[in-house]
Design a protein around this ligand. Sequence first.
Ligand code: COA
Length: 349
Amino acid sequence: MKQDSQITEIISTTFRELPNVLLESYLDFQEAIHQVSKTGEVLRSRPFRRHQLLEPPEPNRITKHYFAVRNEIVGHAIARYEDVKIDMNPDAISMRVEIHPNYRRQGIGTQLFTKLETYGRQLGRTKIKTWIAPINGPAGSAFATKYGFRKVMEEKESRLYHDKINWHYVNQIKQKYAETDHKYRYERIDRNEWADRILTNRQFAEEMADFYNEVGNLMPMEELETNNFVDTAEDLRRNAEFIKQSDSWKSQSYYAFNGDTIIGLSDSYYPNDPPVRDVSTGLTGVRKAYQRQGIASVLKVKILEYYLENFPEFEYIHTENAASNEGMLAINIGLGFVPHVSFESWQRT
Ligand SMILES: CC(C)(COP(=O)(O)OP(=O)(O)OC[C@H]1O[C@@H](n2cnc3c(N)ncnc32)[C@H](O)[C@@H]1OP(=O)(O)O)[C@@H](O)C(=O)NCCC(=O)NCCS
């Protein structure tokens, strides 16, 4: 073997600027990781993944990439932090290192992590968060422990398989909350319609920001040290502009309104990579003053019915909840969701 094939070069660039051979190598790298991953995620098609990597950068977030190259891509590291109007967590940054299965235990992870750490320190962002899938073995937590992280939150991914839906529970919800269904207005809004509304309807953008600020901050974070976030209408407008230029993902959300007030929301999304095999659930939340009236359950059932009708080929819907989020877990278990795998958040201060 040639001597120089062992030299690891670390480069920092974006996917859009990565030379084509390395972009293709990164797609191979994703496939190699997928082969050893035990989390059971669907591997998206190569054209979809390539298209996604080349999408315009996300707004409201700064992303920094480092690639470890040894003729091919053997490692990738990413750091991200919020770039919002009011940053409540100016010391926070999230990071993740991933090494090609054939190149682990050679110090490449350490090399990449050192780059990330230096980058964070230069920005004054020293509260570092990362995540680990324990099902993939001891490497992730051993690595994080070695570099001073500790586990602060556990989230469970649960899945509702198409053929395991608890119809009895679904019908119970529909009967029990039939009144709620008439009392409030329920509306389905897809990703593009949402973006149009945010960009053209100031009142809706303000109301949406207010809803996220209340409901987004109700979610249990266990020991994860994070300050409540503040979403502004301006941040949402930047997001809406991005949505108008990006088409990798589609989404469907059900909203509950009381007049013009958004009182509840359940979000779902899926890749623009047919056929639709798996659907992800985003935020489901109800304003505090409207909780315990069945609104979240009704919203969840409406989402489920939407996919049954429009994408009957789907295999499962999945969702992630903090292990301590009892209210959401109870609804999900009722519907027939079953725990699949856990993900852990780790933090270093
Ligand atoms: C975790 C991961 C990034 C480590 O990359 P790596 O290049 O193999 O790591 P390094 O060679 O720099 O190892 C650094 C230290 O981490 C620990 N470590 C790494 N892999 C380990 C394993 N399989 N078992 C026990 N300890 C391990 C050791 O302390 C090691 O030091 P040592 O080799 O001197 O004993 C890699 O296994 C991976 O990509 N895992 C999947 C993604 C992930 O879980 N990332 C962690 C969140 S950032």
